[in-house]
Design a protein around this ligand. Structure first.
Ligand code: ZN
Ligand code: FE
Length: 255
């Protein structure tokens, strides 16, 4: 199987993703911040849009759906629990469920925290997970609807995927996330190296998304809540990872 992954910048700082199947010419889109750049990316390659996968209900992830679905026979897939606030779904899925996409298995998991009902799509054969506004490069989404415990459960699950998995997240917030990471984890060599890499990429106008899960585990402060040495370093050795996560998320909200 040789599926192709393409990252498409949208709006000011959003990303959408194409998963293309050369065998059939079909293409799945993950999240639809706006139609124009996605339509242009499809047209430039002569690719047919066949599926739209939605991570969560926020406008900057669904606004392009009506125009894109009008391109033809498009199957829109999203969380059953959020069907009332997503565009009309052709297929409603639930966490724990898997479905077939171009012969590849897509595992749906609960990614609540940023919103409740947010889902992530893991495609093992592609080596990629689509995390929307849950796990992000060097950060995680703000908790608009869910609790710290819910987001911690989400992040813990995502961190358990194979370390070389590409984390395809919804926003280019990485430079700002690195500034926060520096404030709470100044001495971590992996964090220092990552900040340098992100700074260089942004200076060159390059995206920092997708990122590699192993790099997130080593340097993303929100995943570092699971690391006992880090908890000790910030004076929270006696707290649970979920409590440390909640503390870090509150700090970031004020940063
Ligand atoms: Zn969002
Ligand atoms: Fe978003």
């Amino acid at each position: 199987m040789t599926l192709t992954l393409v990252t498409i910048p949208c709006l000011a700082d959003n990303y959408a993703f194409l998963i293309h199947d050369p065998a059939s010419g079909d293409t799945a889109l993950v999240d639809a911040p706006e139609a124009a750049p996605i339509a242009a990316a499809l047209d430039a390659r002569g690719w047919r849009l066949s599926h739209i996968l939605l991570t969560h209900h926020h406008d900057d992830h669904i606004a392009g759906v009506p125009e894109l679905r009008a391109r033809g026979d498009v199957t829109v897939i999203g969380a059953a629990a959020d069907a009332h606030r997503l565009p009309p779904l052709d297929r409603a899925v639930a966490p724990g469920e898997s479905f077939d996409l171009f012969g590849a298995r897509v595992d749906v998991s609960d990614a609540s925290g940023h919103t409740v009902g947010h889902i992530a799509f893991h495609v093992p054969d592609l080596g990629a997970v689509f995390t929307g506004d849950s796990l992000m490069a060097m950060g995680c989404g703000r908790l608009f609807e869910g609790s710290p415990e819910q987001m911690w459960a989400t992040l813990s699950h995502l961190a358990s995927l194979p370390p070389q998995t590409l984390v395809c997240s919804g926003h280019e917030y990485t430079a700002a996330n690195c500034r926060f990471a520096e404030s709470v984890d100044p001495a971590n060599p992996a964090r220092i190296a990552r900040t340098a890499a992100v700074t260089a990429a942004r200076a060159a106008g390059k995206p920092t998304v997708p990122s590699v899960l192993a790099d997130e585990i080593a340097a993303n402060p929100f995943l570092r809540a699971a690391n006992a040495a880090f908890r000790a370093e910030i004076g929270m050795a006696d707290r649970t990872p979920a409590q440390v996560f909640a503390h870090l998320r509150a700090l970031k909200d004020r940063f």
